[in-house]
Design a protein around this ligand. Structure first.
Ligand SMILES: [Zn+2]
Length: 462
């Protein structure tokens, strides 16, 4: 067919003659549904989503990926890169390669486990300096809210962090202390003052303190030491603070399905609260964790199968907005067999998409849902208006996925610095064939291009 030249002009004014790439597939996931389409890319931006049969403009390259699905690049807003300071755990180079291999084109780095933590502008500058030239995908930063840095929050926000993370119980590293309720109120009031977002590790320290702390190799004992009640109590207190201050808050790594009605109810009352869950809570169960297998340890913990079913219900009804990795690696020696002392954290940057897609597929849910939870949802959370969808005016960031192809997880094939994984040996659906950033392949069939990611700043426009 003839290209209607008028219709190929995108909102950014890209003309047909500027189109450098046509990426074509019989399955392009657009906000209006999945269909055969030809994505016209100009200057790293989607200029238009054209009919599949559209002529290739003169000078443009055609990439036809056949029946492989083209997804908007995934956005992972919960990643611990640990760089600088704990680079033996992970780093910008390896984390962003793993992300790209997993179909992720944007990640936001958590403010803790690096040294320094991202709690002042000077620390943020250090992190940016270290990251520059090392990132294969786009990277942005969360700031941290700790007891003594209320005065640093606004300068950090002005410097471009996407919001602030805090803990309500000990974080696991001494340089990033938790906030008690009084300090939470103080930090939150400051953040409300400039319209920011607080993202919260919500486990209540008193409930944790009252739980049996038996330690040892039995997973059941570890699970009992981090009860659902700790999450439920912390989220209830957070809702109360958010309501009192009219604050915007986000619950990180929700594991307790008991808290879903609380979150849904608060939202109905107008409280600005969102929530995320993680691939491990949605695909792994407490019943199957072998004793001593601390590669499954994270906080809050992986819970029972019935809890997992309820989390999927929370995704289906929209109470849970996002699914993000909480990629939090460490060196192998820190994963000792004792659940009480082993480092808590599960590495899944490279595996989140196939893990979640495999379980969604088993439950009869479509790939479009996975894209909503893992791309559009996190992009919306962080205000990344150029990410999260394949439509004119957004960055030409794509994941090309063979949804019906399967593979067995081989730790040796992971790009993470430490190849400890809770998914070893699992059979997963969804092979990422290639990942594209601003119209250029980052990785294709396992071959990486030189790093071309950018360091992102929060959108300063309202
Ligand atoms: Zn985390």
């Amino acid at each position: 067919m003839e290209v209607d030249r008028g219709r190929t002009v995108g909102p950014e004014g890209a003309r047909v003659s500027d189109v450098s790439l046509i990426l074509r597939s019989t399955r392009v996931l657009t906000p209006d549904g999945t269909r055969p389409a030809a994505i016209a890319v100009s200057g790293g931006t989607v200029a238009a989503v054209l009919p599949y049969e559209a002529d290739v403009p003169p000078g443009a390259r055609l990439e036809d990926v056949g029946d492989d699905a083209v997804l908007p690049g995934l956005v992972d807003t919960h990643v611990h890169v640990n760089d600088p300071g704990r680079t033996e755990w992970e780093g910008f180079w390896t984390a962003t390669r793993a992300a790209a291999a997993g179909g992720i084109t944007t990640l936001l780095d958590m403010p803790l486990n690096s040294l320094p933590p991202t709690t002042t502008v000077a620390h943020l500058d250090v992190k940016r300096r270290v990251a520059r030239g090392q990132v294969h995908v786009d990277v942005g930063f969360w700031g941290g809210a700790v007891p003594d840095n209320v005065k640093d929050l606004r300068p950090l926000y002005d410097a471009g962090v996407f919001g602030f993370k805090c803990f309500l119980s000990p974080s696991g590293v001494e340089e990033f202390p938790e906030l008690d309720q009084e300090r939470l109120g103080r930090s939150l009031a400051e953040i409300v003052g400039f319209g920011g977002l607080l993202i919260v590790h919500a486990e209540d320290p008193d409930t944790l303190g009252a739980a049996p702390q038996r330690g040892g190799t039995a997973y059941a004992d570890f699970l009992a030491s981090r009860p659902r009640g700790a999450e439920n109590a912390a989220i209830a207190a957070l809702v109360a603070q958010a309501k009192r201050l009219d604050a915007r808050v986000h619950v990180l790594h929700l594991s307790s399905s008991d808290a879903l009605p609380l979150i849904a109810g608060a939202r109905r009352e107008g409280v600005r609260i969102t929530a995320e869950s993680c691939p491990h809570f949605l695909t792994l169960t407490a019943e199957e964790v072998p004793d001593g297998a601390t590669e499954f340890k994270c906080c809050p913990p992986i819970r029972e199968a019935a809890n997992q079913d309820a989390l999927w219900q929370g995704l289906a009804d929209g109470t849970i907005d996002c699914v993000v990795s909480d990629h939090s690696p460490c060196t192998t020696d820190l994963k000792t067999p004792d659940f009480a002392t082993a480092w808590g954290g599960i590495s899944s940057l490279q595996l989140g998409l196939p893990a979640v897609w495999t379980e969604a597929r088993r439950r009869g849910l479509p790939l479009e849902d996975v894209v909503r939870w893992m791309s559009a949802g996190p992009a919306a959370l962080a205000g990344l208006t150029r990410k999260g969808a394949i439509e004119a005016g957004r960055d030409a960031d794509f994941a090309v996925l063979a949804p019906e192809a399967s593979f067995t997880v081989d730790p040796a094939a992971l790009q993470h610095r430490n190849r400890v994984t809770a998914y070893a040996g699992r059979e997963l659906y969804g092979v990422v064939r290639s990942t594209w950033l601003r119209g250029v392949p980052v990785v294709r069939d396992g071959v990486f291009a030189p790093p071309a990611g950018r360091l992102l700043e929060r959108n300063h426009r309202p």
